[in-house]
Design a protein around this ligand. Structure first.
Ligand code: PDD
Length: 280
């Protein structure tokens, strides 16, 4: 697992070095995607790539490759590293320039890094469920951009994980937004509810797959904001992301959700999600 992509070249991981004045390194001035690989094949690659270019547009960043070229790079990495079940990390920054806050001249080319790793699916946790901690959402107001600036997310995740939890579920005051690295969903009376895709959350690709699964299978799916109390009172709670898939949350802070075990609607979604993976 040694070949990575750095600014147009496939090289050994050990040889891949980035400049100290890269704006991604200095300012978090860049964007990224994490794309899942199942049995050697990418999952929802097109959606991830489109979101990358949308994030770039939103922060006036020019990606120095066409979407098809980057798609080819990802396929090449999976092949070169013989990835079976894993993920590809793809990052684009505004490039290398003397440190100043305003953007450098448009002649400065963005830096592109991509690499692939074998990552096991969290099967045991998906079966048993995990616990989460409610943490105040202190992030900025453009969470719809998948930017490298993740400090608000990291502080929340660290707080939750250091106390033995799997994820932090974020709330702005009374309104629950999303997980620190996932989207959050409650189920009440068989209705699946998640925060609308506004600037306050990342519109997850997994979230969109779940939305589509619900539509096709006659399951009720609502995009509307919900409160901390509604989480505590939910029949079921789950989070979803590229790496966590559909992950039941069976306890939040000290409060058990439902009977403290993964619920039937969440399990049904897991089954349907599995079918989607197998379809490729
Ligand atoms: N995180 N919300 C946030 C804040 C996220 O960081 C992520 C994903 C999601 C879910 O998005 P998707 O379904 O497209 O993975 C929602 C990735 C996996 C990460 O940072 O590693």
């Amino acid at each position: 697992m040694n070949t990575v992509f750095l600014n147009g070249e496939f090289i050994n991981r050990e040889e891949a070095k980035v400049a100290i004045e890269d704006r991604g390194y200095q300012f978090g001035d860049g964007i990224y995607e994490v794309i899942r690989v199942y049995s050697g094949k990418t999952f929802t690659m097109k959606e991830h790539m489109e979101r990358l270019y949308q994030s770039a547009d939103k922060m006036k960043l020019t990606i120095p490759y066409e979407l098809d070229e980057l798609t080819g790079v990802i396929h090449e990495l999976i092949k070169a590293n013989s990835i079976q079940d894993g993920s590809v990390y793809l990052q684009v920054t505004r490039g290398v320039a003397p440190r100043q806050h305003n953007f450098p001249s448009s002649e400065i080319k963005g830096s592109v890094v991509a690499y692939a790793n074998e990552v096991p699916r969290p099967l045991q946790q998906m079966q048993d469920g995990v616990t989460a901690k409610l943490v105040e959402d202190i992030r900025w107001l453009r969470c719809d951009i998948k930017s490298l600036n993740l400090l608000g997310n990291l502080l929340a995740k660290e707080e939750a994980v250091s106390e033995g939890h799997y994820e932090a579920i974020l709330h702005r005051g009374d309104t629950v937004t999303e997980g620190s690295a996932s989207n959050a969903f409650i189920i009440k009376n068989d209705e699946i509810v998640t925060h609308p895709a506004t600037n306050l959350i990342l519109n997850g690709i997994t979230r969109r797959v779940i939305q589509d699964i619900c539509k096709r299978n006659g399951m009720s799916f609502q995009e509307k904001s919900f409160s901390v109390d509604e989480v505590l009172d939910a029949d079921e709670l789950f989070i979803a992301s590229t790496t966590s898939e559909v992950m039941p949350v069976v306890k939040i802070d000290d409060k058990e959700i439902g009977n403290g075990k993964p619920g039937s609607v969440t399990k049904k979604l897991q089954e349907l999600f599995e079918e989607r993976i197998n379809k490729g």
